[in-house]
Structures are given as C-alpha cells and as structure tokens.
Design a protein around this ligand. Structure first.
Ligand code: URP
Ligand code: ZN
Ligand code: ZN
Length: 460
C-alpha cells in the first residue's frame, strides 16, 4: 500500500526542505511539492512536525548473556521499544562466550532475532577468541553480510581478547575490509583496582567508577590505536565517555589512524553522582566505562557538534533492578553492567541537544542516523530521506510534552534510568520500510517484520 506524507519538513544530515514524500511498498518512490495521493493511499499530514530518516542505534545488546545472567529484553520487546523511540535499525553486538565458536554465536543471535524483530537489524560480530578455526568461520560470516567485528579489551575471561588475538583480528579485518568496533578499557588496571577497593571495604556501586577511572579508558584507546596504526585496520571506538579517552583517539586520528568514535546518550545527560545514589539505587547506573564527572558532558556535546565524535548509541543492556542488579549487592564487581536506553535515546538527544542549542536538527540526524549508515555500509539505503531509500521515517512532534517512566515504557526492564525526566518532543508516527509501526507512542506494526540487513565491507 502507498503512504503519502504531506507538508513534510524533511531533515537530512545535509539538506532541509519542505515537500511531500510518497512511499510505495518498502521504499521512498518520490519527493515533490503537492503530490496527488494515489488511489487507496494512506495520507498523513506532517505540517508542524519534522520528518527524519529512521534513526539508527549503532550499539545494542537486546540479547546478552553476561556476568552470570541474561539481559531482560528479547527481540520483540527490545525492537518495539526502539521503534517507539524512533529507532528503525539496530546494530546488535553478537557476544559469544570464549568457549562458543563464532559460527554458533552468529547462529544463536540470528535465531534470537528471526521472527521476533519488529525493526531492521544487523550485527557487529564479536570476536571473543581468535584461532585458525574461528578465522575460517569469521570469513564465512562476513560473506553472509556482516561487515563489522566487535572486540573487547575489557572483560578478560568472558569476552576479552589478548594482544595476539587482537593483532590477528585486526589483520583479518583489514584484509576483508571489515571495520572493528572496540570496547576500550585496560583490563589489568581494572582487575587490580577492583581488588584493592574490595579489600578496603568499598563494596557498593559507588566504587565501580573508582575501579575504572578515565585513564583506564584512555589507556585502552591508546592501546587499540597503536595496534590499528600498525595493522592499518579501520576502527570504531564504542561508548567513549571522557575527555582523556577522546584526546587519545583524536591524537591517533591526526597521525592517520582510521578511527571513528561513538558516545552514548547516558554519557551526555548523566554523571557519576547517579552511581553514588544511596540504598543500592546507584546499581541502576553501573555500566562500563562508568558514568563520569559532569565536566565530560560538555566535552561530548562539543565533540558531536564539531564532528570529532561521530555517533550516539545506547549500548542498551537491560538488567532488572530487583532480580538482577542485586547479584552484586555485597560486591560491586558482580553487578551486571549496563543500562536500558534504547527507547529514550532520540527524545533525550532532541530535548537536551536540539532544544538546549547544543545540536542543530541536522546534526541530530547526522549523529543518530546518517553517520552510522555511512560508517557501517548501509547508506543510502538507510540514513537519508531520498527516492530509492528504504521508507523508514520518523514524523517527530516538537509540541509533545511528557515524562519518561517505567510505568509507560515499552522496554522490558523494571526501571527507567531517566524516571520522571521531561521530554520536549517525541515521534508521532514511525514507519519501517513503508509500514506504519508506531502511532503516538504505541507500537502498531508487525512482529517479525524486521529484516536482517546484509552489509558489504568497504574499509580496505
Ligand atoms: O556496561 C556495559 N556497557 N554493558 C554492556 C556490555 C558492554 O560493555 O558494552
Ligand atoms: Zn562495552
Ligand atoms: Zn556494549
């Protein structure tokens, strides 16, 4: 069925103009002034609203077996939440444990998503061990349409790789044109500081950030940048949180290392005092890298506005406050790391970025959609409103006023990290390849319609 969006204030990363958008089937067929509705078309008047290309979350963990438990969402709940919040494509991290082969990991995550995903999805393939057998399987997985790897310099014994494995992963990536996304923290420093804090009686969530200070992350970035420079591999630093780490990444970029940088919505609007909340409430805000001193927020906002920082993701990793976070009640190192934010990223970015004058509307589109599409080989199918692109559209109502709350959220977790926060806008209609999937905050799409997006690597 055709869908005609009239009077659209079309906001792309590099253009902005008013026109009508005609979607025919799954793609955008035409953009023009005064398009006459085809017979039987649904017509939506977008006057007074913005129309954005579907937002892309470059970093999610809908399914994450981690620290002795499993994240709460499944592909149905997680992608419904994504859509309600305006995100129409997610990049999920495939994170097999070290004793699972890459092939089994890939198949496991495919099985989790298939038939349940409501929005389109693609994977960053976690490389959690490297040997001849895994290299062979990784080549096959790349052929099947996965154009990016994920490595962890932290979480040794779980997902972390050693330096020899890091070297070989980067060499293989360079050969295949695959971009390597990386969690950068020095694990030896983390382990040592955790031990000393616990010995000193610091067992609560507030000790988490003291065990992973900014220099730990900066050291991880420095390490990755040395390896990237020597192998020539193209890299993408996930969840960069602080000035020290940014400085290392920019220094490497300036000497020619191929590196893109992602920050997260939580580092832009939260700070370490949240993790210091009493009565174990701080556990809701335990993530790695940890929340930082508030001065880092402006560093990240400025980085986005200037183009130094390329994307804003969520690292959505939902663990219940009641059933799961208390695994670390007496030992902060056992608190499942992660925060849910897939549903709220765009509304927070709009409210605290655009409405506060930190980002323009077009910069919002760049950092939350277009840049990820370009970096990860989905552009121009995704990340732009133009004829031929997938009809993933977000009709955004800047007049909406409301509050974020666990009581009204779609994501399947028992708290909202932004409980009671006001938002000054929200998606009024969201489409997935031409089908209306959200109307006024409610999912109305089709479960299982989300498609696995095959990507051809381009980072040679
Ligand atoms: O604390 C976090 N970030 N949890 C999810 C796993 C990861 O490191 O991305
Ligand atoms: Zn991580
Ligand atoms: Zn992550």
């Amino acid at each position: 069925m055709a869908l005609l969006i009239k009077n659209a204030d079309i906001v792309n990363a590099d253009t902005r103009y008013t026109a009508d958008i005609l979607c025919d089937g799954e793609t955008i067929a035409r953009i023009d002034k005064d398009i006459t509705p085809p017979a039987g078309a649904e017509v939506i008047d977008a006057a007074g609203k913005h129309v954005f290309p579907g937002f892309i979350d470059p970093h999610t963990h809908i399914y994450l077996p981690f620290m002795g438990t499993v994240s709460k969402d499944n592909y149905e709940t997680g992608t419904k939440a994504a859509l309600v919040g305006g995100t129409t494509t997610i990049f999920e991290m495939v994170c097999p444990s070290r004793d699972m082969s890459p092939a089994d990991g890939f198949a496991t995550w495919q099985a989790q998503a298939e038939g349940k995903a409501c929005c389109d999805y693609t994977f960053h393939m976690g490389v959690t061990r490297f040997d001849e057998a895994s290299a062979k399987q990784l080549r096959e997985i790349v052929k099947q349409g996965v154009g990016s790897f994920k490595i962890f310099l932290a979480y040794k014994g779980a997902f972390g790789v050693d330096d020899t494995e890091l070297w070989h992963t980067l060499k293989l990536a360079k050969e295949l044109g695959v971009i390597v996304t990386a969690h950068c923290e020095n694990e030896t420093l983390v382990a040592q500081m955790q031990k000393e804090l616990l010995a000193a009686g610091r067992t609560g969530p507030d000790a988490h950030h003291d065990s992973r200070p900014p220099r730990v992350e900066a050291e991880g970035v420095h390490h990755l940048m040395s390896f990237a420079g020597l192998t020539g591999a193209h890299t993408y630093i996930v969840h960069l949180s602080c000035k020290e780490a940014l400085t290392e990444a920019i220094a490497a970029r300036e000497r020619g290392v191929h590196v893109f940088i992602e920050t997260l919505i939580q580092y832009l609007v939260l700070d370490k005092t949240y993790a210091e909340k009493k009565d174990f409430e701080g556990a809701k805000f335990v993530m790695s890298p940890p929340l930082r001193d508030i001065s880092n927020q402006n560093v990240m906002w400025d980085g986005l506005a200037s183009g130094l920082v390329n994307t804003v993701g969520t690292d959505h990793a939902p663990f219940d406050f009641k059933g799961q976070k208390p695994m670390g009640k007496d030992d902060f190192t056992k608190i499942p790391n992660g925060i849910p934010s897939i549903e709220d990223r765009i509304n927070l970015l709009y409210t605290h970025g655009v409405k506060r004058g930190r980002l323009t509307l077009q910069q919002l589109v760049a950092v939350a959609s277009t840049n990820a599409a370009r970096i990860f080989d989905l552009y121009p199918r995704k990340g732009v409103i133009q004829p031929g692109a997938d009809a993933d559209l977000v009709i955004y109502d800047p007049a909406y006023r409301g509050k974020l709350s666990v009581k009204t959220q779609t994501q399947n977790v028992d708290y909202n990290a932004f409980e009671g926060w006001e938002i000054e806008g929200r998606p009024s209609v969201v489409t997935v390849r031409g089908e209306v999937a959200v109307r006024e905050g409610k999912f109305c799409g089709t479960v299982g319609r989300g498609r696995f997006l095959k990507r051809q690597p381009s980072h040679f």
